[in-house]
Design a protein around this ligand. Structure first.
Ligand SMILES: Cc1ncc(COP(=O)(O)O)c(C=O)c1O
Length: 399
């Protein structure tokens, strides 16, 4: 009898081999142990999920719009929700984005996938910040680009200019507000200069902005999109301002790009959850989003302050760290004698976890760096664990 059997491993598509596994997911498996203090996750603080309010909104949707909300719907998303997002950009930044230029997605993560599908051919050069969001590296790797890296710098655009000049960069992916993993925000000058430089090249800018709402000072900086709307794709998300389990975000772009992204989304999943879009829209119209975000800002600011004071008080002065003005993360660079993985091995023994920074580089990882999440750790627990961690760093430096 003839057979043509292969092992399953040989059957997988080539692209599967290009996607790095998320080390964070591996660490988060450990984090489910309640004895662990986790600075590892990127989780928003669940105390701010508006559980009761969303429950009420869900009841109203079922009572008043049940059949409509449970039906298939337009790929672009629920029109009133797109109008709400459009209105918010006008109110907040004075920029005019018609709802037709907004596509509702399953979180901003799906928008990254759609962007990869419509723009990246194998071998295309994609410029990433160094370090950058691991989920973007994972998602875009699928399309087999050649990653280039630009040093993330809040002060000047020299390296950006150099990278664009030396390489034919098709797409630049950046997180200008309170970046994941570093917490860094581009200054107003850097925004303007970066867009002046980018405007001289055939490069699409992907501005990923899931943290823009979570700012700790009053300084509102204009999105990169506002400097060059025709070449910028701006991504937003309700994950950090309301709840990530909703899986709702959006993409803002020219109508031409939105048309292509819509076709790709249709092929992937037809549309984002119609029911959740209805429930979310009710919430956004029945309650004040700004008042809700203010509560998150106040708590995260306090948690940031606590973490900063711990880094100063408990760690050797030879470490370096960022001072985030928003978002959920601080970024630490250890003295040369220790790598973050060595520290993690010791920390796990004391039930403390964080993410070593090497996971966040497209190439040539810096093994001295690590990411600390402060949004999901309560003050007393944070102080205790940071004290222990600081003592470990001091001990390792002395050896
Ligand atoms: C920079 C960045 N982009 C995108 C995402 C994905 O967010 P969403 O829940 O909107 O898919 C995250 C999540 O942590 C993120 O940090």
């Amino acid at each position: 009898m003839k057979t043509k059997m292969n092992t399953t491993e040989k059957m997988f598509a080539e692209r599967v081999n290009h996607v790095p596994q998320s080390f964070i997911r591996e660490i988060l498996k450990v984090a489910s142990n309640p004895a662990i203090t986790s600075f590892a996750g990127g989780l928003p603080n669940p105390a701010f999920f508006p559980v009761k309010e969303l429950e009420q909104c869900a009841t109203q949707v079922f009572q008043q719009q049940g059949m409509q909300a449970l039906q298939y719907t337009a790929t672009e998303g629920y029109y009133p929700l797109r109008e709400f997002i459009s209105h918010r950009y006008r109110q907040r930044y004075g920029i005019d984005i018609p709802p037709e230029q907004i596509l509702i997605t399953n979180g901003s993560q799906q928008a990254l996938d759609l962007i990869g599908k419509i723009f990246i051919n194998p071998g295309d050069q994609v410029l990433m910040e160094r370090p950058t969001y691991l989920g973007a590296l994972q998602c875009l790797s699928m399309f087999q680009p050649k990653f280039q890296e630009v040093t993330l710098n809040a002060d000047d655009v020299d390296d950006l200019e150099e990278q664009l000049w030396s390489n034919a960069i098709k797409l630049f992916y950046c997180i200008p507000n309170f970046q994941n993993p570093t917490g860094i925000r581009y200054s107003a000058e850097v925004r303007e200069q970066a867009m002046q430089v980018l405007n001289r090249y055939n490069t699409i800018v992907v501005e990923d902005d899931p943290y823009g709402d979570i700012f700790f000072d009053e300084e509102e900086l204009m999105p990169l999109y506002s400097y060059a709307p025709e070449k910028t794709i701006l991504l937003g998300s309700f994950s950090k301002s309301i709840a990530p389990g909703l899986r709702l975000g959006w993409m803002v772009a020219s109508e031409e790009i939105i048309r292509k992204a819509t076709i790709m989304k249709q092929a992937s999943d037809l549309h984002s959850g119609n029911l959740t879009q209805h429930i979310l829209y009710r919430f956004l119209t029945a309650y004040s989003l700004d008042a809700h975000i203010k509560k998150i800002q106040d708590t995260y600011r306090f948690q940031r302050d606590t973490m900063m004071s711990c880094l100063k008080q408990y760690f050797p002065s030879t470490i370096e760290y960022t001072h985030p003005q928003g978002g959920m993360f601080a970024w630490v660079t250890l003295p040369e004698e220790i790598t973050a993985r060595e520290l993690l091995d010791k920390a796990i023994e004391q039930n403390i976890i964080f993410v070593p920074g090497d996971a966040f580089y497209a190439s040539d990882p810096d093994t001295q760096t690590l990411r600390l999440n402060y949004s999901n750790v309560e003050e007393a627990v944070m102080r205790k664990a940071m004290n222990t961690l600081g003592g470990m760093v001091a001990g390792l430096v002395e050896v």
